[in-house]
Design a protein around this ligand. Structure first.
Ligand SMILES: [Zn+2]
Length: 727
């Protein structure tokens, strides 16, 4: 499974180092494109890199590399940092080294060193790119270092990418390279790409290590109910984290520059073996994404809570697909994507691709310049604490396909079908389009739940009793919890599957209801019925969870089965209710589909299937109805605008102001301008003093609307910002 496959699948339909905080440092108004270089990394929002995975078998390859031209283009376009390749997936070194194999066409030059010098002359922060694990040179020259998949190496030998195992002596090679690079060059940071397991490795180094640590052979059957399999997955994650920490500590032992590792693996399935705790080895998080603005927005919400320092960054390239060298995204599309970063007070690392001879297409830099100029004027106002009411809970341990349990690893067909991710992505779609202020928490930062009023547990397949305890406490204290499908089910509870949150959800697990082909949710409650009007049912492609509602619960909807088992009907003998479809039974079923239960001072909403997963307008209305109905009280903000508009709100305490940002995420570009009415809640005890547009600081009229400050936003095409000052 290639990391980039995930990036496509999740397209969504459409340092001064401290470890404490989530607060994003507020920008310095002097950091514009023309003045003094901004401080790395706090003030650097316009970041850049150029893919340079170029071998040396032909003398023309990188043969015309000219660092003055190269950095000149980058600086002219207004980039503030440059992530320059020291090596690449090809494994050849682009710096003067006594450790690795230098790129032959570099001759007696030092490409990396020349770029670092040029960057310093242009006031661009130079950073080093280093590809780990993906290293063709070492793959070729050290067969005993190779990652060995369950099916051997044939597929790797037929493909282009050679991968080596971080449990092999390759680890020492990386450490030696890092010492040279960090010791010899004047860089501000280093990024390690590809810190993950591209294959499940069964090489002698891994197998031997697992045997010595767990006294068992590494298992080859993927079985989430088997303790040895789970131990193996945990070992893979632990080994990777140990490797990342070794690399990071090597850098830090030489100089206190920033270090981060590829973190686009965050929403990937289990195979890459990357725990969310990789953040321990990263001063800030960052990774590349190609799924468009909706995907990047969800990633930013997750990164915002996970990063140890701000700003975090996301990377995207100038082409839709990193395997295409020339086909450029329309500039309007790139503009929307780059404003996703601004919307979250994040850095954007744009990626270009070097021509085979080491030159660039200079016209591309004219286009980048336009984007950078538009974002630069907003940067002095970025930062603060993201204000949100609802958290989506993302659980990395649930990132597997439950339909492929007990399958030999070589027989997996749909390893990336992760229903938990579909539900997380769906929940984000509901909240974004419904203009509900939201963030993301994960199994690695569950303690952040206390900053929210409600939490969504979308189809969470794995939950520990400690995590269940946290959620119980949350509801007890007045929080609202939404849980869908099998969330909180303990499959091994005294041999009987049980909901760990049974007492909170008010439902007892019984089994599965309905059919894999289709099952229906039927509103019983009048208001829920209005939410799905004019439909009388909502279909779900799959089985639902059958449960018994405990006394005191309110049942808002029930499960209705099709008129007849969908698998019985055939051409001869009929035995279906309609030839094209499987219409619902004539009478609604009695098993609960939506249950509301009061617990402590809070409430839980349980839905028998992850209805949030499906990208249908009626599903969005259904979930929005439930959330709005039960999350009482004021939200941090309200937004009256088109569903394509996403808003964020940051509190900048020291500056006594709220930062309001709106992004128009229309799929067809150029986007049609839209206006908006925004209502924001000020921190307790504060009153509004002034509202101004950003940039320009032109005063905007505002009114008081109940507990909110209300302002009108004039029609804008892609992005707009305002500051609400308070006293
Ligand atoms: Zn290995």
């Amino acid at each position: 499974m290639d990391r980039r496959t995930f990036n496509k699948l999740i397209t969504l339909g459409s340092m001064e180092m401290t470890t404490s905080g989530l607060a994003i440092p507020v920008g310095n108004p002097s950091a514009s494109m023309t003045e003094q270089p901004p401080k790395w990394p706090n003030q650097v929002y316009r970041r850049f890199s150029i893919d340079t995975h170029v071998p040396d078998w032909d003398p023309q390859l990188l043969g015309h590399f000219d660092p003055a031209d190269y950095v000149g283009n980058i600086a002219r376009a207004g980039f503030q940092s440059m992530l320059q390749y020291t090596n690449s997936h090809v494994g050849l070194c682009l710096w003067r080294t006594h450790v690795g194999q230098m790129h032959v066409n570099m001759k007696d030059r030092d490409f990396f060193g020349e770029v670092v010098k040029e960057c310093r002359q242009h006031g661009v922060h130079p950073l080093a790119y280093f590809s780990v694990i993906f290293d063709n040179w070492n793959f070729e020259h050290h067969p005993d270092w190779r990652i060995l998949g369950a099916e051997g190496n044939n597929a790797r030998l037929q493909g282009r990418y050679g991968v080596v195992c971080p449990n092999s002596p390759y680890r020492d090679y990386v450490v030696a390279c890092v010492k040279e690079i960090v010791g010899n060059y004047d860089i501000d940071g280093i990024f390690f790409d590809m810190t993950f397991w591209p294959d499940v490795c069964y090489c002698p180094h891994c197998a031997g290590r697992f045997v010595s640590e767990h006294h068992a052979e590494p298992p080859r059957v993927v079985d989430w109910d088997n303790p040895t399999w789970i131990a193996f997955q945990k070992a893979r994650q632990g080994w990777l984290l140990e490797f990342a920490n070794t690399v990071t500590n090597t850098v830090k032992s030489i100089r206190p520059i920033t270090v981060n590792h590829q973190y686009s693996t965050i929403f990937h399935n289990w195979t890459l073996g990357v725990p969310l705790e990789l953040t321990q080895a990263c001063d800030y998080v960052g990774g590349d994404f190609y799924g468009g603005p909706a995907q990047q927005s969800l990633v930013c919400k997750a990164y915002n809570g996970l990063t140890r320092n701000h700003p975090f960054e996301f990377h995207t390239s100038r082409t839709h697909d990193p395997t295409d060298h020339v086909m450029m995204k329309p500039i309007d599309e790139l503009r929307t994507e780059s404003f996703v970063a601004t919307l979250h007070s994040a850095g954007l690392l744009l990626v270009d691709y070097i021509n085979a001879d080491g030159t660039q297409n200079p016209q591309v830099y004219d286009a980048f310049k336009q984007l950078n100029e538009q974002r630069a004027v907003l940067e002095p106002y970025l930062g603060g604490d993201l204000l949100a009411d609802v958290a989506i809970y993302y659980d990395k341990v649930s990132m597997y396909n439950p339909d492929e349990n007990g399958i030999h690893i070589t027989k997996l067909q749909a390893v990336d079908n992760c229903p938990h991710r579909d539900a997380v992505v769906g929940a984000a779609r509901v909240l974004r389009q419904g203009h509900i202020p939201f963030g993301v928490i994960t199994n690695a930062n569950l303690n952040q739940i206390k900053g929210y009023r409600a939490v969504i547990l979308p189809n969470v397949l794995e939950l520990t009793s400690e995590q269940a305890k946290e959620f119980r406490k949350f509801v007890e204290g007045g929080g609202i919890l939404y849980a869908s499908g099998p969330t909180s089910m303990d499959r091994h509870h005294d041999g009987i599957p049980t909901f760990l949150l049974e007492d909170v959800l008010g439902v007892r697990y019984k089994g599965k209801a309905g059919y894999k082909k289709i099952t229906y949710l039927t509103p019983k409650d009048l208001d829920l019925g209005k939410a799905v009007w004019p439909q009388d049912h909502v279909s779900f492609e799959g089985q639902m969870i059958q449960a018994e509602a405990m006394p005191g619960c309110e049942i808002l909807a029930t499960i209705t089965l099709p008129f007849v088992d969908p698998y019985l009907g055939h051409a001869v003998g009929s035995h279906f209710a309609a030839i094209h479809s499987d219409p619902p039974a004539l009478k609604p079923g009695s098993d609960p589909a939506v249950v509301v239960h009061s617990y402590g001072q809070g409430r839980a909403i349980w839905v028998a299937a992850p209805m949030e997963s499906k990208d249908e307008a009626v599903n969005i209305r259904l979930i929005l109805h439930l959330l709005r109905r039960f999350i009482a009280g004021q939200y941090w903000f309200e937004l009256d605008s088109h569903p394509a508009v996403e808003m964020t709100l940051f509190n900048q305490t020291a500056e006594r102001r709220l930062l309001v940002s709106l992004l128009n995420i229309q799929q067809l570009v150029p986007p049609i301008s839209v206006g908006a009415t925004v209502r924001v809640q000020l921190p307790t005890g504060r009153s509004p003093s002034k509202v101004v547009q950003v940039p320009g600081l032109k005063p905007l009229p505002f009114t008081k609307a109940g507990p909110y400050v209300q302002l009108k936003i004039e029609p804008f095409d892609v992005f707009t910002m305002a500051l609400v000052e308070y006293q």
